[in-house]
Ligand binder design. Structure first.
Ligand SMILES: Nc1ncnc2c1ncn2[C@@H]1O[C@H](COP(=O)(O)OP(=O)(O)O)[C@@H](O)[C@H]1O
Ligand SMILES: [Mg+2]
Length: 325
């Protein structure tokens, strides 16, 4: 269901979305501000506040009403579902847009899994294919693939974590080994697990009429030595989703599949001439509204439950729920 227009109007007004957190929150631990999330580390725990900021092509564009709530709750949903395949870092969810997690030592490799030949950024497998490349991260690609076509089998295309402001770099596993980022044995183990996780995610999404197109996993070592899933899982910030219904039709017509993720925002940016470099165009109220409704739609489609937005002013609610008075 689309969001109530009155609720949206309030959320679009200044202070209605969560952009940054004020200094009070520094009492929560050592802060690391990501593009979208504010992370606070304190000993064995990490508090992750999912703001309403939205990024595309690794650039923050502005905020989208209720995006933090949708992402945090979707990650929670998937962490719970996928625990049988691989344990996650979640301890509890003290606020609709915050998660308390186990502080882990991150494995410095992003485990990207791709089921389809798609994407719009210059680093995507589709752009590489269109440039004539027939090897991607060490995987041979056959001739004659069409844009958005399903790959014969999902591919693991790891990327190195870029420093803030830089783009991540897709590499073959041999490059990871050469750089000493991970050893072949650990990589082999993690590869098997994330491929299983992706198959699980695709099967669950299929039950809901969705295609999990591609995603990115991050893993870390917990204090007890176990390797667990950290960060977020199968959210629209880390994954692409398409409607299963209509996919074949779109392919037959040579059109892009109907997406339920940030792809429409990327396409909107591309239509404005923005490909990731320079200043992004400002988000209009219309595009923010459309984005909010799409995030809500994805939540409802994936979980089968209505999205009930918490409409309290986010910063004050968070301060209270996180024990800051
Ligand atoms: N439980 C965890 N333990 C340790 N590090 C984590 C955990 N969860 C996430 N991280 C790391 O914290 C960082 C969070 O950054 P993020 O908010 O995604 O911002 P960005 O990716 O824009 O830099 C990532 O490097 C991620 O790997
Ligand atoms: Mg990140």
């Amino acid at each position: 269901m689309p969001l109530d227009p009155a609720v949206l109007r309030n959320a679009l007004a200044p202070g209605g979305t969560l952009d940054t957190l004020d200094g009070r929150f520094d009492a929560l631990g050592t802060r690391y501000s990501g593009k979208v999330r504010e992370n606070f580390s304190r000993g064995q725990e990490r508090l992750i506040v999912v703001t309403d900021r939205v990024s595309a092509f690794d650039v923050v564009l502005g905020t989208i009403p209720f995006k933090g709530q949708v992402l945090n709750r979707l990650a929670q949903h998937w962490f719970e579902l996928s625990a049988e395949v691989m344990p996650g870092h979640v301890l509890d969810v003290p606020d609709p847009q915050a998660t308390r997690a186990i502080e882990c030592t991150p494995i410095p490799v992003e485990m990207v899994v791709r089921g389809y030949l798609t994407g719009s950024s210059s680093t995507s497998i589709l752009r590489a294919y269109e440039r004539g490349e027939r090897s991607f991260c060490g995987h041979a690609l056959p001739e004659g693939l069409r844009p958005h076509e399903r790959l014969a089998a999902p591919l693991l295309t790891p990327s190195t974590k870029a420093a803030k402001g830089d783009h991540d770099q897709s590499v073959s596993k041999d490059v990871l080994f050469e750089r000493g980022l991970i050893d072949p044995e650990t990589f082999g183990e993690l590869e098997a697990r994330v491929m299983k996780l992706f198959a699980f995610g695709q099967a669950e999404a299929a039950k809901r009429g969705l295609i999990l197109v591609d995603t990115k996993y991050e893993l870390g070592r917990a204090p007890d030595g176990r390797i667990v899933l950290i960060d977020e899982i199968h959210t629209p910030d880390s994954s692409r989703y398409w409607y299963a219904d209509g996919y074949e039709d779109a392919m037959a017509k040579g059109e892009p599949p109907r997406a339920l993720d940030k792809e429409f925002l990327r396409r909107w940016l591309v239509s404005k001439g923005f490909l990731g470099d320079g200043a992004p165009p400002p988000l209009s109220p219309e595009i923010r509204t459309e984005a909010a409704n799409r995030y809500v739609e994805l939540f409802e489609q994936l979980t089968g439950r209505p999205f009930e937005p918490d409409t309290e002013a986010p910063q004050e609610r968070l301060a209270r729920n996180l024990g800051l008075g």
